[in-house]
Design a protein around this ligand. Structure first.
Ligand code: GDP
Ligand code: MG
Length: 293
C-alpha cells in the first residue's frame, strides 16, 4: 500500500493544475464513475478544485452494472440536485445524451452567444479515478472524423483541444483523480472493480469478502453461475469460495481446494460480469454516513 499512497497524491496535484490552468475555458467537467461503484469511485477532494464549474456525472460501464441499482443511484443523485446519466463506452449507450446534457448545463451561455450571432463551441474536460473509462470515452467522443484543433492562445503548456461531434471540443488530457483509500470497505470495492491494484491487498481475503457480499446480495446469480445447489446463506465467505472452487474442480493434493486459483477466478468473473450484472453498493450503504465526501 505504501508505494500506491506515495504515488497518487501526484495525480491530485497534476489534475488540480490541469483544471486551474484551463478552468476559464472549460464549460463543463464530465466526472466519470464506474456504475458498479457509483459512490466509492468518487474523490472527496475534488469538489473544492472544481468550485462552481458545471459538472456532469456519468456512470460508465453501465453494461456491467445492475440496472435496478443504477436507477436507484440516478434517483439518489438527482435528489441532491446532481445530474447523472448512465453510459457505456462499449455499447455506445448514452453517449449522445451526454453531449445534450452537457449543453443543457450551459444553456444560458449558449443562448447568450446565439443572441450575439455566435455559435458557442462546448468545451469539455474529463476527470475520474483510474480505470473508469476516461480514455475509452474520449475515443468514443472522437469517433473517426476527429481532428486536433491545435494550440490556442491562452491555453498553457500546449494543451490540445480535440474537435468532437456537435460543436464541441474536448481537452485531450483527462484529469486523473486519486481514489479514496481511508475507508476499508471503499478500498475493497475499488479493488473488486480493478480501480486499485488488488496486489495491495491480500487477494484471497478480498475474494472472501466478495463472496460474502455476493452471498447477501446476488445469491441467485452465484448459485446459477457455479451450479451450487447447497444453501449458502449460512456459510462464511471463504466457505462459499471453497464450494465454488470445488465445483470447478480446483482441487490440489489431499483433496483441498486451491483457494488462490478460486480467488483469481471469482475476481476475474466479477470484473467481466460473467457472474452477472453486479453493482457493489447501494445508496442505502451511505445514507447514514454524514459528510463522507
Ligand atoms: N464493459 C465495459 N468496459 C469498459 C467500458 N469503458 C471502458 N471499459 C474498459 O475498462 C478498462 C479501462 O478503460 P480506460 O478507458 O483505459 O480507463 P481510464 O483509466 O479511465 O482511461 C478498459 O479495459 C476498457 O476497455 C464500458 O462502458 N463497458
Ligand atoms: Mg486512460
Amino acid at each position: 500500500m505504501q508505494n500506491t499512497l506515495q504515488w497518487y497524491p501526484g495525480h491530485m496535484a497534476k489534475t488540480r493544475r490541469l483544471i486551474e490552468d484551463n478552468l476559464k475555458m472549460i464549460d463543463v467537467v464530465v466526472e466519470i464513475l464506474d456504475a458498479r461503484i457509483p459512490f466509492s469511485g468518487r474523490n472527496p477532494n475534488f469538489d473544492d478544485i472544481l468550485k462552481n464549474k458545471p459538472r456532469l456525472l456519468v456512470m460508465n460501464k453501465s453494461d456491467l452494472a445492475d440496472a435496478k441499482r443504477t436507477e436507484q443511484w440516478i434517483n439518489w443523485y438527482k435528489n441532491q440536485g446532481i445530474r447523472v446519466i448512465p453510459i457505456s463506452c462499449t455499447t455506445g449507450q448514452g453517449i449522445n445524451t451526454l453531449l445534450n446534457e452537457a449543453r443543457e448545463l450551459v444553456r444560458e451561455k449558449i443562448e447568450r452567444d446565439a443572441e450575439r450571432g455566435r455559435t458557442r463551441t462546448l468545451k469539455l474536460m474529463m476527470v475520474g479515478i483510474p480505470n473508469v473509462g476516461k480514455s475509452s470515452l474520449i475515443n468514443r467522443l472522437l469517433g473517426k472524423a476527429s481532428t486536433k484543433t491545435g494550440d490556442k492562445p491562452g491555453v498553457t503548456r500546449g494543451k490540445q483541444w480535440l474537435k468532437i461531434k456537435g460543436d464541441a471540443e474536448l481537452l485531450d488530457t483527462p484529469g486523473i483523480l486519486p481514489p479514496k483509500f481511508e475507508d476499508q470497505e471503499i478500498a475493497k470495492r475499488l479493488a473488486y472493480t480493478g480501480a486499485i491494484k488488488d496486489e495491495i491487498m491480500n487477494r484471497e481475503l478480498l475474494a472472501y469478502s466478495l463472496c460474502e457480499y455476493l452471498r447477501d446480495n446476488y445469491q441467485a446469480e452465484v448459485c446459477e453461475r457455479y451450479k451450487i445447489k447447497d444453501e449458502i446463506s449460512t456459510l462464511e465467505g471463504y466457505e462459499v469460495l471453497e464450494l465454488i472452487g470445488r465445483r470447478r474442480g480446483f482441487v490440489i493434493s489431499g483433496g483441498e481446494v486451491d483457494m488462490e486459483r478460486a480467488s483469481n477466478m471469482v475476481l476475474d468473473e466479477l470484473r467481466s460480469a460473467t457472474i452477472g450484472k453486479i453493482t457493489l453498493e447501494t445508496p442505502d450503504d451511505f445514507n447514514d454516513k454524514e459528510n463522507i465526501l
